[in-house]
Structures are given as C-alpha cells and as structure tokens.
Design a protein around this ligand. Sequence first.
Ligand code: HEM
Length: 473
Amino acid sequence: MGLRIRAVALIFTCVDLCRPICHPVPPTPTCTRILPPFTTVSVMTDLSGDVGLPLVGETLPFVRDPVQFVDSHQERHGPVFVSQIIGAPTVFVCSYAGVRQVLCSSDAALDAAQAYAEFVDHLFPSPNVLLLPVHSPQRSRLKGLFYSLLSETAADEFRPVVRTLTQPVIDSLHSSLKLPLYTTFKPLCELIAFAFVLGTQYALEHAGVLSRLATAHFNGIVATPVSLRVMGRRSARARATDAQKHLLGLIQSRINYLRSSNDEKDESMLRKLVDASEGTEDDEVICNHILLLLSAAIPKTMASTLCSLFAQLSRTNRDGVDLRCTIVETLRLHPPLLGGMRTTGKQEGTCIAGKSVPKRHRVWWSARHANRDESVFARADSFIPLRWNGKLNDSHGCPFANSDILGMPFSFGSGERFCPGRFVAWAAIDEVATCLLDHFELVNNSSSDVVEMRYVPVCRSVEDIIVALKPKT
Ligand code: HEM
C-alpha cells in the first residue's frame, strides 16, 4: 500500500513538474495565478481552502485517501472549497445542489472535454465523443449514433445473454458455497461487457486477451506522461500505447469479418454500429468508440456495484425489500466512481452554489458526497433501501432513465454527460444479482462491517470479501 502511494505521488509530482501552471493557490479571498506566457492574473474569489505544500499542493493527502480528504476539508470549509491538486487549482463541489448545478448547467464555461483531454487523450484517439465539447455539433452527431445503441431496449434484449454468461458461475458456486466477491464479479463483468460490444461467442473465445489488453490500456491513465523503453522494460505508458494499437487492430479485424461474413446470429453492438454507420462514418471513428466501450473502467464499475451490493446483502435482512430499491441504495452509498472532473473556461469563470469559481480552474464534483447530503437524504450514511419504496419510476426498467429526476443519486452522473451505459449496466447488475439470489441465500456475515476501501480508480475493498452461501431448496 505504502509503495503504491509513493508511486502515485511520484507520478503526480512528475505531472506537476511538467505543467506550465504550477504554483499554490494563496489563501482567499484573492487567488493569484501565473498563466502562460508568465503573466500574473488576479481574480477575486470567495472560495476558502488550503494551500498545501509548495509545488505538489495537497496531491498527496488527496491520493492517499480521497474520501477522508474531502470529508475533513468539507468540515472546515463547507461543501464548496478550493485546493491545489495534481498541478492545478481545483474546486471541490460536494453538496447535492452544487453537483446538480455542475452537471446539469448549460453554462458553456463548465465542460468535461478539456478535463478528459488532460488525462486520457493519449489513450482515446480523436474524433471521440468523450473529448468533444458538449456544444459541438460533431459531438451531437456521434452521440446520436453511438448512444442510441446503448438504449434501454438494447439493454433489455441483452438480459438473456447475461443469464447465459452467469450460469457457469452459479454452477461453480454450487460446489464451493463461497462467493469471493471481486474475484467472481470482475471476470464475469468483463465477459458481459465484451459480449455486449463484440458478441457472445467472440467474447467467450477472446476474453483472456481482451482483458489483458484492456487492463494495460487503462493502466496508462495513471501512468507517467512519458513513454519509456529502458533495457527492454517498458513503462506503463508505453504498454498502454501498445495495448491501444493492438485493441484497435482487433476491432478493425472484427469489422472486416462482420462485413464479409454477414453473420446473422451476431447481435453485438459492433454489428449494429457497422450496419447503422455504413457510408456515413469512417472505420477509424467506429474503432475509436468501440475502444472507449472496451475500457477496463466499465466492467470495473459494474463489478464494484455487485461487490457492494452482495457485501450489504450479507449484512442486512432483505425480507420483502424490492431488489431495485436495494441496488439504487447501494449505488447511492457506494458509487463506483467517486466523482468526475470539469474545467472552467479559458475566457471566463462561473458561479457554483453561490461561490464564484475563476476561469481555468478544475472542478471536481463528488458523487460520493452529494449522494450523502443530509439535506436530501435523511440518515444519509445509513443503508436504507426502503427509502426508495414508491419513489422509483413505475416501470420495471432502469430507475436512472432520466437525468432530471430530483433526488436520484449521482452515481451515473447527470445532464449532458449522463452515463449512456446506465441501461446496460443496470440490466447486467439486476440480472446477475437476480440469478444468484434465485439460487442462493447469503449467510449473515456482520464481520464484513468494517472493510478497508480503495476508491481510485474504482471503489472496491482492499481485501476481497468472501460471502458464504446456502443453496435454496
Ligand atoms: C455501474 C456502472 C457504471 C457507472 C457507475 C458509470 C458511471 C459513469 C459516470 C459517473 C459518468 C459521467 C462522468 C462525467 O460526467 O464526467 C459516465 C460516463 C460514461 N459512461 Fe458510464 N458508468 C457505468 C457503466 C457504463 C457502461 C456499461 C458503459 C457502456 C456500455 C458506460 C459508458 C460511459 C460513457 C461512454 C461515458 C461518457 C459519456 C460522455 O461524456 O458523453 N458506462 N459513466
């Protein structure tokens, strides 16, 4: 663990040293920053916060324990505060109302494109819906094409595949009667994600290589910003670049195969995309977006939800409580992604929850803290699935269908960048949980009450949790 923190700290220090904007945020109310080409700009802000160490700011305590970091700062400075993280002044927004404003505002001065570009543009080639600004016509067109294939109908049609992929897991659990949560759900969710995007048969045959490549690719996100090869050993960044090329090659071969074979049985997203985009999009654009959907982050978020769900279920009596309410409450209390990033514009700042945020600042919205805002959720730190009784939409589908439902957790974000994969994720989580709970009862395990968690990149317990099972008669 110590080694991991030191490695990440070193990485962030390297990132800091490489940035043109690198100086601490002075105490409020005046924030003075040096911008390229080294002009000094003063902006008035009513934000309060801590400066931290020269150069690295508060990167180290943030990386060591982001939840504790935000908790303690929120206690001192309130739900909107400023700090200096990973080489730039960063405003943290933790209240439900503040996060809603960040995500749903039509303010062009707040966008994720720039923030994503800082961290992942070397891993996801352009053009790419993720890296395009929300108001760009190209993004609207690509969203229309790609996100329509992730619809609720597509997700529901995929449910039988999820059941088929879960069956071998159920068979093996019948012999062991022990469910190691992450070790079970991570590979299962990978298989589910690969099957959705590339087809079931292809996923079953290539799961091993796809998993290795997607993991190497994803590890490049937190790697040093240089690609090194020293005496035959490659840096994580270099491995990520190689994995990216390899994945793009596999996707292109699959596209070629689908075009030449006209395989009727293939109902993958890629097949539908190839048909829908014929004559309108280059293969390069298709490959870029399939690469995005093969990101290791996606199965990790679904596995994280299933782990938190089964850990909770093993400690609580579920009698009579609707599974949908239990999943929503799990996502509220344990969002797989702690939050996300935005940046204020180059020309102007904005106002968030009554605080003025200057231009060229990062904005971190915390799903975890907004989901635990006492002014919206009574006894916010407690697991109470019944709070959702009668509050979720009537249909049996995904309760996160619309972004404008007040009082829903922000685990899938909201607004323009509302997770387009939420229907697929919901169908997969609901189906896997239903299949397992149809076959097994969970043996009560209150010892899993105190668990050491790791939150970055995706929330999970440091040690795997093992839940004992009893077959249902
Ligand atoms: C439990 C599972 C999942 C969780 C918790 C989750 C969470 C999120 C969140 C919070 C965002 C918004 C980030 C922001 O606003 O900055 C997001 C965006 C996104 N998610 Fe998910 N996600 C999940 C599953 C999926 C799946 C299954 C897919 C695809 C099949 C997917 C594809 C995407 C994409 C492409 C975006 C970028 C949207 C954009 O910027 O236009 N996600 N996700």
